[in-house]
Design a protein. Sequence first.
Length: 314
Amino acid sequence: MPTPEKYFPKYPIWILSKGRYESRYTMKALDILGVPYNVAVEPQEVKLYQDALKNSPWATVHELPFSNHGMGGGPARNWIWENAKAAGFRRHWILDDNIFEFWRFYNNCRIKFTTGAFFRAWEDWNDRFLNMPMTGLQYKFFVMDNYHYKPFLLNTRLMSCILIENSLEHRWRGKWNEDVDISLRTLKSGYCTALSYTFLCGKARTGTIKGGNTTEIYGDGTFQKSKMLADLHPDVVKLVKRYGRWHHDVDITGFANNKPIIDPNVSWDPEPNEYGMALTFDYDSEKHTHGPAYEANRIIGNPRRPTEFKLIGV
């Protein structure tokens, strides 16, 4: 069901995609949520993506000015950044193309979204702060049911589903691990980052889906990409070998003193705001239809666990 316009994201959603015009995981997920989004693709694949998305009223395909450069996603991410900045937006979303669903962690349960109103809710929260230029959503597989988490984690690295302030002085760089690199540079500049444990993204593991930069830049396995990050940030990143593979070990404890600053010019209602969302059960994943609405405060202990967040009245 489409998200009503008043709950649309106020900042543009961008997906960087390559070789995934058939799978289109993130695009399909956003189509179900019913929110507008932009897809940046290389020139040789524009027609393929346009044909694949011709029945989507939410997608706009954009042609990148380069292709097959072998430098990873950084150049395209920077092109998206400048596009959003030139359009006059304060922030923009940048999403990987292998996210297949979005979830909310509520009362110790992971519950699937079928509304895009959470984008707007997170944007409004982020806009309360003067020094939080990068925030994002945690992966669903790092959050377990029946476990306690804080609503968000401050001053950590961000990956795959990120909201960026366009005035940030840093830009994407490097062939690998560019998301960890820009997160660290942002923290080193004294800013705060925030990772949501309230809203989550369900992402496929890197390298498990055909397409993307899997064959173009990941041919050497994990060593080169982890070594590059350690070379860029030797003060906080170590190259380690675990379970037979090379990894980067990042120490973010030194950024604990980066404190968020509330914008005194932003006001908000202290009462809870669900952005039109309600819990439901008996969800039909094929027809995308819901059973009766279910009161949020009865989720704990009820034998019929709610499965979805939808919009009231949809």
